[in-house]
Write a protein that binds this ligand. Structure first.
Ligand code: P53
Length: 478
């Protein structure tokens, strides 16, 4: 009753949330570089012009671009077997549609991956993690334009060829399904570089942009396997299972539809097919989406090797009194609080059993290996006068989730490749741009405005995770 000895215990970050150096060595500005700082109550603003009057937290990140050697040393001492990050597309193609790649950008990732490999840490790489070139937004309107497919595939081919012998595990688009919440401006922008569309058009635009991304993802899988047949190329879904608020069949069907509306992306990336309900829904909406037969053939061919997933919370929904025939799901409108669950300071409802539920749900549906590439607790930390951080709350969160994951492996027989807690080191929050929403097991002395020494301190959770990795998990009887 133990985990496989090659189970990939790791840690996860994304380029734009850690690297900083936003305009160094030929890097272009990405969509993240146009996002101001926000907070739990005040959303981040998308600014077409970068103005000195605003704070842009992704411009500085945690300066990993310059400190990666020291940081990797901390990861190695922690015992990480893998490390997930992304390649900033704008370091490679600064505008997105450039003819030739930027050599200094390619060099940076050569050095980063070499340093990881030298330390026995397997790099796990996301191609697009909320950081597409802003140039593609300005010139082409983001992913609502079919041209983006070619730009993305070219970027993917460039890095596949370059890092062919350094990276084996890849993911195409981070949390591609976040934009199913099409009324959220930030989700549409982060996933697809869409801005300035009306609320009325946002649903149609989301379906079109998502379709092009899915075609790009499938082409990437196909071309990646040609470049190196040993590559493992996955999708990446933001997993938050949706529960009905009551046993009322209307609520149960509402939850079912909400899950379909959030996870149909997985049907395409794992099974290669559009679900029937969605084909009908799109047709009845008279959107005349640009979906060709040759696209559908590509989707069928380019299915993924594994499913990467993030897991932070579950959601609960309630049906309206008058549902339309499709039970259309509007995240903000239909979501309610689950009274059985506690929540984080940022309102995310904590639900470890929901992780085991999700792993079972995904496994039953897709029968592919699963890789938990994000899980963690965003919380405020305090540093004691001895420079210690006693983050027992984070240990409790991680421990409870790891235990449920182990049950899914041991009792449910699910094939799980690895587990990489999010924000292994404190970083810029994607949702709020804050530094104070900390996920790390390693503390970074820096505030929301970017001030601080940047010094790294090891939290209690660091030592706890170090022992856990050494032990290859937690004994379930404990
Ligand atoms: P932050 C929303 C819901 C679930 C996951 O999120 C999400 C988001 C986007 O905010 O994003 C993922 O930083 C994402 C990471 C992100 C992490 O979860 O808002 O892949 O980039 O930092 C945590 O607390």
């Amino acid at each position: 009753m133990a985990l496989k000895s090659d189970f990939l215990w790791g840690g996860a970050v994304a380029a734009h949330q850690v690297e900083g150096a936003w305009n160094e060595d030929g890097k272009g500005d990405s969509i993240a570089d146009h996002l101001t700082s926000g907070s739990v109550n005040q959303g981040r603003c998308i600014t077409p012009i970068i103005s000195r009057d605003n704070v842009y937290p992704n411009h500085f990140g945690i300066n990993l671009y310059h400190s990666y050697k020291n940081d990797i040393k901390l990861f190695a001492d922690l015992g990480l077997k893998c490390f997930r990050t992304s390649i900033a597309w704008t370091r490679i193609y600064p505008n997105g549609d450039d003819d030739v790649p930027n050599e200094s950008g390619l060099d940076f990732y050569d050095n980063l991956f070499d340093e990881l490999n030298k330390n026995g840490i397997e790099p796990i790489v996301t191609l697009s993690h909320f950081e597409m070139p802003y140039g593609l937004v300005k010139k082409y309107g983001g992913w609502k334009n079919r041209k983006l497919i070619d730009f993305f595939v070219k970027f993917a081919q460039t890095v596949f060829k370059r890092y062919k012998h350094k990276v084996k595990y890849w993911m195409t688009f981070n949390e591609i399904n976040n934009q199913s919440d099409f009324q959220s401006k930030l989700a549409l922008y982060s996933n697809s570089g869409i801005m300035g569309c009306s609320l009325k058009d946002s649903e149609k635009i989301m379906y079109q942009a998502a379709h092009y991304e899915l075609v790009a993802s499938a082409r990437t899988v196909i071309t990646g396997h040609e470049i190196n047949p040993n590559f493992k190329i996955g999708c990446m879904l933001a997993m938050a299972p949706i529960y009905p608020s009551t046993p009322n069949p209307k609520d149960i069907f509402k939850a079912e539809r909400a899950n379909q509306a959030r996870y149909w992306f997985g049907d395409i990336q794992c099974l290669g097919i559009y679900p029937e309900w969605l084909k009908i829904y799109q047709k009845q909406s008279n959107w005349n989406l640009d979906i060709t037969q040759s696209d559908l053939d590509i989707l069928k061919k380019g299915t993924v090797d594994y499913i990467g997933l993030s897991y932070y919370m579950s959601m609960t929904v309630e049906a309206d009194n008058h549902e339309d025939p499709y039970y259309t799901f509007y995240e903000e409108k239909n979501k309610i609080k689950n009274k059985y669950l506690k929540e984080s300071e940022w309102g995310w409802q904590i639900d470890p059993i929901g992780l085991r539920f999700s792993l079972n749900w995904l496994n039953d549906r897709y029968h592919k290996p699963l890789f938990i590439v994000e899980n963690g607790l965003g919380a405020r930390d305090t540093v004691s006068n001895k420079n210690e951080i006693h983050d027992q709350y984070r240990i409790n969160y991680l421990k409870a989730h790891i235990l449920e994951m182990e049950k899914a492996i041991i009792y449910d027989g699910i094939d799980i490749v690895g587990y990489t807690p999010w924000g292994i080191i404190d970083l810029i929050s994607a949702g709020t741009g804050e530094m104070s929403k900390r996920y790390g097991l390693i503390y970074v002395d820096q505030n929301d405005k970017g001030y601080g020494t940047g010094k790294r301190l090891l939290k209690d959770s660091y030592y706890w995770y170090q022992a856990l990795i050494k032990n290859n998990g937690i004994k379930l009887e404990e």
